[in-house]
Ligand binder design. Sequence first.
Ligand SMILES: C[S@@+](CC[C@H](N)C(=O)[O-])C[C@H]1O[C@@H](n2cnc3c(N)ncnc32)[C@H](O)[C@@H]1O
Length: 197
Amino acid sequence: MPPFSSHLDLAHLYWKLLLNSGDAVVDATCGNGKDTLFLAQTVLGKKADSGLVVGIDIQKKSIENTHALLKKELTDLQLSRVHLFNHSHIDFPEIALLHPVKLIVYNLGYLPGGDKTLTTKVSSTLESVRKALQIIAPQGAVSITCYPGHAEGAEEKTSLLKMSESLDPQQWDVSHSQWLNRSSSPSLLFIQKKILN
Ligand SMILES: C[S@@+](CC[C@H](N)C(=O)[O-])C[C@H]1O[C@@H](n2cnc3c(N)ncnc32)[C@H](O)[C@@H]1O
């Protein structure tokens, strides 16, 4: 078995390597809550006496789906450390600004099984990622899964790659992983902040 077969497996592998119990994380596109749940199970221990998960989605349905999934899978204590916000990720909620955030994740595109016109958009995604880079803790990361199989997604990926290629290598490690033998395949852009001396 290969260690991963989709970009999401790879993203989860990176997140597991980066995160510890007690970390603060943000899911900037909750969708149906699968990534939010994965993050919560990674940073909120059974006692849930530390750690923070912030979830954001512009669609009420996504927030409802995420809440329903988390309520089913997490303990009440763990759930008390998850904060969900129904607005655009163009602004990060204050609670995310009060903690050193270790990881901010974006899974771009539209809600699986939902309205395909309600997709993430180039300008708001870029603005949000720029803000994410400002708040991420040293040795923390911003993880972005891109979907170039639709027009807005292709433009999003091109703009994000252009922006990240220009990041100062003294301050940032940037990698981009893509399946080369699959057409228009999703890809993972991973931007990690170095410790500054
Ligand atoms: C591909 S889905 C995310 C899937 C999710 N990570 C999961 O595990 O189910 C993309 C989500 O981004 C949301 N979205 C689109 N534009 C947004 C914005 N400006 N701010 C926050 N969320 C947005 C959509 O509503 C949709 O739920």
